[in-house]
Design a binder for this molecule. Structure first.
Ligand code: I6G
Length: 700
């Protein structure tokens, strides 16, 4: 770039960042994701570093944040509230450490204090003679807003210090920390907002951070008091009458004064452990009850912090390791309706492709009609998209301020897009259904689920083939798969004799799958593979399960009233009874072949475990079996009766946050294996042997 081009680019970046700052800090209505904002800021910093002659005092890099809102009185922080530089990968972390070591001297031992970085609102709370005096937002780091009346309503913030362990009460102390909302509380709050709006547009928050900010910046403290806000203290600002020498000591002191301090904070002396801590929380971020966008790492010793100093507003003694972004903004190009296997109509967003934490997203779920209407999501809107651990990206809501007037409101079509039947919506339900059991799309989706890996596992058969068979009239339901012959493939491109024979053999072999897979393959609402295993073991045959009442089902550990009702209703439907009869007729095995006898005693005797997420070395079936063999029971949902939650990669957020709320211990795969006294390799090998007996290999 030439000099004028560089200046132009710098001007554009500064204007954009200023505008985003205003929206973020003053209006609490951000127009871009954190990742996009970070990218703009990074580019500006890099240009200014390369061209220091172009740095001006009014550049956003010289002043973090933006002007505070006029609504609250302004408060000047006695010491600036700093910001943190970012590290995006291990190399960035190690480069930061190298700089620290270089500045302090290679022989000086350095310890680090680390904790997850909560995505909330930074706050400085001053106590005078042990009483809460002033609470202020960070604002631009120098001047914040006086939100004392609102912060007083946050129950985890002490109004009066309660020193414990002989802690001395300081004459004056500023406690710094984060006001935030737990994910489960945020979801409840949004659900309440939707319920209160009763069909009209609801004020729903895009994420827990916005919910916390919106709740805290209410002029009426009574509204703030009704919101589930929490506080974690993470640092001591200016303090009088007490001498603190390290971050670790400061955190212990804060705890002793009655402040909540993050229980996952650690003091580490080996930087490899710091890196491991960051990577571990990156993969386990979904096990936290709150949204974390990274890990904060600080040099522990205050003397060393002083020596390292601060550049602009970024301390050299601290850094934020950022997790990949989970939210982005993009344009909603269109909404299409897909038909699921139960006939449920799923509105799907077609998006302008956007990079979200390294993955390009161009589709996202919109859940149902109410979801779209209550959030006033329109075709053509700029929207916020989120991709959490639970895989399917979702549209969170529109950026109303970005509207041009050309956006189109959307309503659910009156007829099924696949078969044209008039759709139905049952009273009290948000979902809309195509009631036509012969709807071709429902059949395709049922077959797709039936043949999938956790179900009947028919390799070589997928959506494309299912669609062809349905279109050619060979398949009306999943049982028809077993009546396919060589002739059914006539005219299908790419199907030579060998391929047809392989596929037919795979279909035939699937008749012998274990009962648990058959139950899962039926696609009963609320019955995942873990629950299917429990049901198979409890009932021993499909016929016995089909005859069970909701009351009997509910008496089984891990089955709640809703799922019990769903199972009973499924088997009560004449169409489903007819399907089961047809499956038996074509030779599908409906009995449990060998009931695994759970050990009456064992390390997990009388214990109930719930599993969420994907374990590295075991399938869901394998982990269920392992637990049962160790004398334990596998529950489907977390309740007071749950003894442990086993968490793998990409876990469901609700199970984890519920376990945390109830104080239920959370285990990873290694901890589970330790508990049952097995190694991962041994567990895997045992299951491998068993599978070879259960599922004879195809001989073709
Ligand atoms: O945003 C932050 C989160 C956590 C922080 C922070 C922190 O310590 C655990 N510490 C500092 C010094 C700053 N921001 C500026």
């Amino acid at each position: 770039m030439t000099s004028p081009e560089i200046l132009d680019r710098i001007t554009i970046l500064r204007d954009a960042i200023r505008s985003h700052n205003y929206r973020y800090y003053v209006l609490d209505d951000p127009s871009v994701s954190d990742a996009e904002y970070d990218a703009l800021m990074r580019e500006l910093r890099e240009l200014e570093v390369a061209h220091p002659e172009l740095v001006t005092l009014d550049s956003p890099t010289q002043r973090v944040g933006a002007a505070p809102s006029e609504r609250f009185a302004k408060v000047r922080h006695r010491e600036p509230m700093l910001s943190l530089g970012n590290a995006f990968d291990e190399a960035d972390l190690r480069a930061w450490r190298d700089r620290v070591v270089k500045l302090l001297g290679a022989d000086t031992p350095v310890a680090y204090v680390v904790e997850p970085k909560i995505d909330g609102l930074a706050m400085s709370i001053a106590y005078e003679q042990g009483r809460l005096a002033v609470a202020a937002t960070r604002g631009d780091g120098t001047i914040g807003e006086d939100v004392t009346a609102n912060v007083r309503t946050v129950k985890s913030v002490p109004l009066v210090l309660r020193p414990d362990q002989g802690a001395e009460v300081p004459r004056r102390i500023e406690v710094r920390g984060e006001i935030y909302m737990r994910i489960a509380d945020f979801e409840r709050l949004n659900a309440q907002q939707v319920a209160q709006a009763a069909g009209s547009v609801a004020r729903v928050f895009a994420n827990p951070r916005n919910a916390a900010a919106g709740s805290l910046r209410q002029l009426d403290p009574r509204i703030t008091a009704s919101r589930p806000l929490r506080f974690f203290a993470y640092a001591v600002g200016p303090v009088e009458g007490v001498t603190l020498r390290s971050q670790w000591q400061a955190l212990n002191y804060l705890r002793a004064l009655g402040f909540p301090v993050n229980p996952d904070v650690r003091r580490l002396e080996d930087f490899d452990e710091v890196v491991a801590y960051c990577l571990e929380w990156m993969s386990r971020r979904d096990t936290l009850a709150y949204e974390a966008d990274g890990v904060v790492i600080k040099v522990d010793s205050f003397a060393q912090q002083q020596e390292l100093g601060v550049v602009a507003r970024d301390p050299r003694w601290a850094i934020a390791f950022k997790f990949p972004a989970r939210e982005a903004t993009t344009t909603l190009r269109d909404i299409v309706v897909n038909v699921g296997r139960t006939g449920k109509l799923n509105p799907n967003a077609l998006l302008e492709p956007v990079n979200l934490g390294g993955v390009t997203v161009s589709n996202a779920t919109l859940h149902n009609e109410d979801y779209i209407v209550s959030r006033d999501i329109r075709i053509g809107d700029r929207v916020t998209v989120k991709r959490a651990g639970d895989v399917i990206p979702q549209v969170i809501g529109p950026i109303v301020s970005a509207r041009t007037g050309a956006e189109q409101p959307w309503r659910m079509p009156a007829t099924c897009p696949a078969c044209g039947t008039a759709v139905v919506r049952y009273a009290g339900e948000a979902d809309t259904y195509c009631p036509n059991r012969h709807c071709p799309e429902q059949i395709v989706r049922s077959v797709e689920h039936w043949v999938s890996q956790g179900a009947m596992d028919i390799v070589g058969l997928g959506e494309r083939q299912a669609r062809q068979f349905v279109e050619r009239g060979f398949i009306q339901d999943v049982a028809d798969l077993y009546t396919l012959t060589v002739e059914s493939f006539a005219g299908m491109e790419g199907y030579g004799t060998k391929r047809v024979q392989n596929l037919l053999a795979a279909i035939q072999a699937s008749k012998q799958r274990p009962l648990s897979r058959l139950i899962f393959a039926l696609g009963i609402a609320g019955v995942g593979s873990t629950l299917a295993t429990t049901l198979a073991q409890h009932f021993g045959s499909l016929e016995t399960l089909a005859a069970a009442s909701a009351a009997e089902l509910e008496s089984i550990e891990g089955i709640g009233p809703q799922v019990a009702q769903s199972i009973e209703a499924f088997f009560a439907e004449p169409e489903h009874r007819a399907l089961i009869a047809k499956l038996k007729q074509v030779g599908v095995q409906t009995e449990q072949q060998q009931i695994a006898r759970p050990t009456a005693s064992g390390p997990l005797k009388d214990k109930t475990l719930v599993v969420t997420g994907t374990l590295a070395n075991m399938t869901r079936e394998q982990v269920s079996e392992l637990i049962q063999q160790a004398g334990g029971k596998v529950g489907g949902s977390v309740s007071k009766k749950t003894d442990y939650l086993v968490v793998g990669a990409d876990p469901g957020g609700s199970k984890t946050s519920k376990a945390q709320q109830l104080g239920i211990p959370i285990l990873d795969e290694t901890a589970l294996l330790k508990l049952v006294g097995e190694s991962a390799v041994a567990a895997n090998a045992a299951e491998h042997d068993r599978q070879e007996v259960d599922q004879p290999a195809l001989e073709l």
